[in-house]
Design a protein around this ligand. Structure first.
Ligand code: TMP
Ligand code: ZN
Length: 407
């Protein structure tokens, strides 16, 4: 038993995915020997309703000068963050004389460059030095540090209070949620807003997309758990807005308690989450059974294709795929290589299972019988780009929401 990271109550994992490597820890053969593993085991806190993993590697082992995840690899994501920035400007900044926007975990500047382009005072806070440097090259003011109460006070001293603090796919990475919330309180203006989005627990449960669970994602949030966790530091959940990104996300808007009216969408989502059973431990026993069934179906299919001598290639060496590959037991016997457009991943092997990662040319020049869609969250963009493969009879395999071959 361990203590819940939010409320301190005793919690115990409802399942284990086994020993897992760092999800973005792509590596060369001479690094296989010292590869780091930890036990990936999720738990649900019946008290504060937070879904969390009980063991997480040190932050420095995940976010460093060789961080392999660059946000701007997807055109769809670029459009998404432009819309996000426009919405913030329209809703919260347009009537302010000199707004200041801070983004936590700003990666390569995919969101903030929209503010930089309009001359808005902004600051990115990004601990992974390599992606932070790319952001600076793109004209986005960025400091390379971990955000918490101490960093927040320094930023406030230097730049003044923030009109808006934003974060996308970042809050769920940070285990000390109270330190971040205190930092947000210290940096946010009295009439400011804190807006963040992350993969949504409701989607994960409905789609059995267990691959959202990996080292970086210490929490999978719901409106119920976000509301409870941030209320402890005086922040109130005032709006929620579902997003299609990352296979189903939720955007949460918070503000100092009592400073703004709470949208009816918040109460409606609380009710929906209760009707889905997200507040009940038994729901997670059902989720575990669904994970096991999904794994068994995928491996039955991949074993059959291997025995039939079919060529299967992975598409997208996503962080999420590290969980799928290592939990299911997918090996280089099943998947010849994985095609990925991110240069830093190419020529390396995937964490744990050590499947080679190759540039997209390797896929297009020698199309396989089946493409295993590890980047299932980018399905629409990828299908549009791969008409030639599909029209020539190439097949796709997905496993979210169910194991399936298409077309
Ligand atoms: P994500 O699901 O965490 O956004 O990661 C997507 C990964 O998939 C990233 O490594 C880039 C890769 N990718 C491709 O190789 N081709 C594509 O068309 C897309 C959209 C992503
Ligand atoms: Zn708790």
């Amino acid at each position: 038993m361990v203590a819940c990271r939010v409320c301190g109550e005793d919690i115990r994992p409802f399942m284990s995915f086994g020993q897992m490597p760092i999800a973005n820890g792509f590596l060369k053969p001479d690094e296989f020997e010292g590869e780091y593993f930890f036990e990936l085991a999720p738990a649900f806190c019946d008290s504060c309703k937070m879904f969390q993993i009980i063991e997480q590697p040190e932050a420095q082992a995940m976010f460093h000068e060789n961080y392999a995840f660059f946000s701007s690899t997807s055109k769809f994501m670029q459009a998404h963050f432009k819309e996000f920035a426009d919405q913030i400007t329209e809703a919260f900044l347009h009537d302010q004389a000199s707004p200041f926007v801070v983004e936590l975990g700003s990666n390569d500047g995919i969101m903030l460059r929209n503010f930089a382009a309009g001359g808005t005072h902004h600051l990115g806070v990004e601990p992974s030095a390599n992606v932070a440097e790319v952001a600076r090259q793109n004209g986005v003011d960025t400091i390379s540090t971990f955000f918490g109460e101490a960093a927040a006070k320094e930023i406030a001293d230097q730049h003044g209070k923030a009109s808006a603090i934003l974060a996308a796919n970042v809050m769920c990475h940070i285990p000390n949620i109270h330190d971040v919330a205190r930092g947000v309180r210290a940096l946010l203006a009295d009439n400011g807003v804190f807006v963040f989005e992350d993969p949504y627990l409701g989607d994960m449960i409905e789609k059995t997309s267990y691959d959202q669970i990996y080292d970086e994602h210490v929490f999978i949030f719901s409106a119920l758990s976000v509301s409870d966790a941030f209320a402890r530091q005086g922040l109130e959940l005032i709006d929620v807005q579902p997003q299609t990104t990352h296979g189903g996300s939720m955007r949460y808007t918070l503000a100092p308690r009592g400073s703004r009216t709470v949208s009816p969408a918040v109460t409606a989502l609380f009710e929906k989450e209760r009707s889905l059973g997200l507040h009940r431990p038994g729901t997670y026993d059902g989720f575990r059974e669904n994970c096991e069934a999904s794994r068994d179906q995928l491996m039955t299919l991949l074993n059959r294709l291997r025995d039939d001598g079919k060529r299967v290639v992975g598409y997208g060496a996503t962080s999420k795929s590290t969980t799928t590959i290592n939990y299911c037991g997918i090996s280089p016997d099943h998947v010849e290589f994985i095609s990925d457009t991110t240069p830093i991943k190419q020529g390396k092997s995937t964490p744990g299972a050590h499947i080679p990662v190759k540039p997209h040319d390797a896929f297009s020049q020698s199309p396989p019988d089946y493409a295993l869609l590890f980047a299932w969250n980018h399905q629409r963009e990828i299908m549009a780009n791969e008409l030639e493969y599909t029209d020539a009879g190439g097949k796709w395999i997905t496993y979210v929401p169910k194991v399936e071959i298409f077309p």
